[in-house]
Design a protein around this ligand. Structure first.
Ligand code: WQD
Length: 347
């Protein structure tokens, strides 16, 4: 199968492209470099490294999914069997400060893509959704039947929820479509080669890239946002998943579509089912890196909840997928990437 991957040059995208190629899929990658870095020739550095790791071609075009004409050209010049839609602005805090930019970018891009799929008869759509659609968990562990759309405290999460609703309705109106919504929990780590990994622009918003930069001395101290939560040690608990496991979940989604034919619309949690606290994550990276990681206690971020972790059994049952990497591998692979690329891709 030939797959169009949007947002392909990013952290999740580059790892997903790698696993698709390793599983025999062919791809066309597009990205507008909103969250990725290009070389002097306009190539995506992360995807050049994917080509080096796999020894396979990684065709790439610098295309903004919001640019309808440019996107139509891509569909007119290629025959896709499916799409994996990863392109989105994803910084929760930034989305609160710039809601219109997030609604406009994330929704317009997705609507353009859906319209092109309808026009060019591309019926298999895998969407990068997020655990954020659950809002403050109504129950733990979170299952795919848990309540969604209530109490989402940021425009980023709202765009993910809205896109899920849009895709569910498009799936109902087009029963021959296969729509798979993958709800990511907290992706961390890097490919074992250490050649690709998470390379946030500016100061990292998420925990583990921040902890990694403290460990290598790029940042002085980690602020733990609250240590009075009702958790094992008072710090926030999340379901961290190795980015390679997450990437493999996308391949399994297409494998299922290929093997079953028509699955309709399906939703899967991609997490490990195990929650770790901030302090446990810091200690795990300390152990792997041998470095000190200074921390200080700050106030909780608005909207932050105590614990979020999922029940991943539906993906295991239907996709034959489960996370294979544990905390030690997540931290070891993060540290390997961090030490080999102290300046990320820009070095
Ligand atoms: C994890 C834990 C923080 C930074 C977000 C998005 C979600 C997804 C993943 C895109 C929390 C604590 C963090 C720091 C800290 N992104 N923390 N100090 O908030 O669970 O989820 O990222 O899809 O949609 O909502 O991840 O990494 O920001 O925080 O103490 O400097 O680490 O309070 O408990 P989060 P996170």
């Amino acid at each position: 199968m030939h797959i169009l991957v949007t947002g392909a040059a990013g952290f999740i995208g580059s790892h997903t492209v790698l696993e698709l190629l390793e599983s025999g899929y062919t791809v066309l990658c597009i990205d507008n470099f909103a969250n990725a870095i290009s070389d002097e020739h306009g190539n995506a550095i992360s995807l050049k490294r994917v080509a080096a790791i796999t020894g396979k071609p990684v065709p790439f075009q610098n295309v903004d999914v919001c640019d309808e004409a440019a996107l139509e050209k891509v569909f007119a010049e290629n025959k896709f069997d499916g799409v994996i839609h990863l392109a989105a602005l994803k910084a929760v805090g930034e989305s609160v400060a710039k809601p219109l930019q997030y609604y406009s970018n994330n929704l317009v891009a997705s609507l353009n893509l859906i319209q092109m799929c309808l026009k060019y008869n591309v019926k298999n759509f895998v969407f990068s959704s997020s655990a954020t659609v659950y809002g403050p968990p109504s129950e733990l562990p979170i299952t795919e039947k848990s309540q969604t759309g209530q109490g989402i405290t940021n425009p980023y999460g709202q765009t993910k929820y809205m896109m899920e609703q849009i895709l569910i309705d498009v799936g109902k109106a087009n029963p021959e479509w296969n729509v798979v919504l993958l709800r990511y929990f907290n992706p961390v780590g890097a490919h074992k080669s250490g050649l690709i990994g998470e390379d946030p622009k500016g100061v990292p918003n998420n925990l583990m890239p921040y902890v990694g930069q403290v460990a290598i001395g790029k940042l002085p101290v980690l602020t733990i946002y609250g240590d009075q939560f009702d958790t094992v040690d008072g710090t926030g608990v999340r379901d961290y998943i190795h980015v390679v496991d997450l990437a493999k979940g996308h391949v399994k989604a297409f494998d299922r579509i290929k093997n079953v034919g028509n699955v309709g619309t399906e939703i899967y949690n991609l997490g490990t089912g195990v929650g770790y606290s901030v302090r446990q994550m810091v200690d795990a990276l300390k152990k792997v890196s041998g470095r000190d990681i200074p921390v200080k206690i700050g106030v909780p971020r608005p909207g932050d909840v105590a614990s979020v972790f999922c029940d991943p059994s539906l993906a295991q049952e239907k996709l034959g997928w489960r996370a294979e990497n544990g905390l030690e591998e997540m931290c070891a692979d993060l540290w390997n990437w961090q030490t080999k690329n102290p300046q990320g891709f820009s070095a």
